[in-house]
Design a protein around this ligand. Sequence first.
Ligand SMILES: Cc1cc2nc3c(=O)[nH]c(=O)nc-3n(C[C@H](O)[C@H](O)[C@H](O)COP(=O)(O)O)c2cc1C
Ligand code: SF4
Ligand code: SF4
Length: 454
Amino acid sequence: MHKNGKGLDQSVDLSIDFCGVKSPNPFWLASGPPANTGYQVMKAFDAGWGGAVWKTIGDPIVNVSSRYGAWDMKGEKVMGLNNIELISDRPVEDNLREITEVKKRFPKHTVVASLMVESKQQTWHDIVRRAEDAGSDILELNFGCPHGMSERGMGAAVGQVPEYATLITGWVKEVAKTPVIVKLTPNVTDIAHMAAAAKAGGADAVSLVNTFNSLMGIDLNNFTPRPYVGGSSSHGGYCGPAVKPIALHMLSSVAKHPRVNIPISGIGGISDWRDAVEFMLLGATSVQVCTAVMHYGFRIVEDMIDGLHNYLEEKGFHSPMELVGKAVPQVKDWGDLDLNFKVIAKIDAEKCIGCNLCYIACEDGAHQCIESDARPLGDLRDGVIARHMPRIMEDHCVGCNLCALVCPVPGCITMKEIDTGRNSMNWRQLQEARGKSPSCSMEELLASAKRAGN
Ligand SMILES: Cc1cc2nc3c(=O)[nH]c(=O)nc-3n(C[C@H](O)[C@H](O)[C@H](O)COP(=O)(O)O)c2cc1C
Ligand code: SF4
Ligand code: SF4
């Protein structure tokens, strides 16, 4: 273990440049309980975190008790976390004074002041000036909080209306001297559209995602949703490992959008260095973590630093900046995928334990391409149980992956590429070859419906 990255090969430098601000590494605490006080942020920096986005600062609120709920999955705790907590309940001046103290002790670390105030130009001007005077390096505008604050015309209430997002970002940019990140809510139809709205207001960067609207579950005995607040509950924000694939998709859509093209801070279910690398490959320059720190503590950054360092070294990179966006070109529209690429399932008989799960999955849930013979593993008269021996019908297998996904033995079912003997052809090319239009826009659909008299 190389605490804080000390003792690692010096040819790799983990520092990043985010909108001109240097950070010792791309790992930042996301705005939330772990970045609530100067004490915590200093402890996190001592542990190795490169930056911290302060718990959102604004007019102090009053929280309810209780306020968190978790989604456990077959023994795995907190795969998803839901909260009905609001922004900081601490006075603005306490938060700002502690930002100054943190910056004094850690001048090279990145402190981002997350801000949310009522939607008035002067109020935004005031808070921006105060946060910058306190010494924050970057501002993050919280346009994402999905509960409580949105009912007061802040948070997601701003982040869900492009005109408001552009307007308020513009107010902030009128006075800001430091870079401005707009933090986006995932609770919209098209997050890339909202990122473009933030850019139109002058945002220097965007961060995503904030939490997803969710209702955590119902107590079957008292018929009350969780988390329990004196006989009732409310919808809240969902995050943690369970949201990662959705966050990755949203990130890629923002990274690809031609009207955005500004740095991105990636957030949503990041728990280890591999998750962080995936976010960077899809366009994030820095990554932010909340739930994993709430679950396991600041120490997780030690493995993140080691893992990222070793990965970069192994791949021959010198900086995490070289990773940013490398996977974006490979995210394509479905219509651009090669219809003639084919894989089929192969079972390693040596590894197979005869559980029959692949057979059942393919038989009932896929394409009936696995045969399963029950074969005794010895003499049945000795009490030997028959073992199922699955066999793939290769000519029928469509290569859907399902059997490999359900097989409990690592490496037992693999998907092998086969040569179809056909040249690559995607759906658009196929449509063109058939003399049909490769795309069908909503306008065309509406026009043809009109022609048909619908
Ligand atoms: C309890 C809790 C409180 C949060 N408070 C804030 C907040 O004050 N401001 C903010 O911008 N995001 C807040 N978030 C959202 C996180 O910053 C982050 O966007 C989200 O949790 C997704 O990251 P994760 O999956 O690593 O937790 C909060 C999240 C949690 C779990
Ligand atoms: S890949 Fe899909 S179709 Fe092929 S054997 Fe597995 S489950 Fe069946
Ligand atoms: S799921 Fe895997 S281990 Fe189980 S029968 Fe199929 S191949 Fe064998």
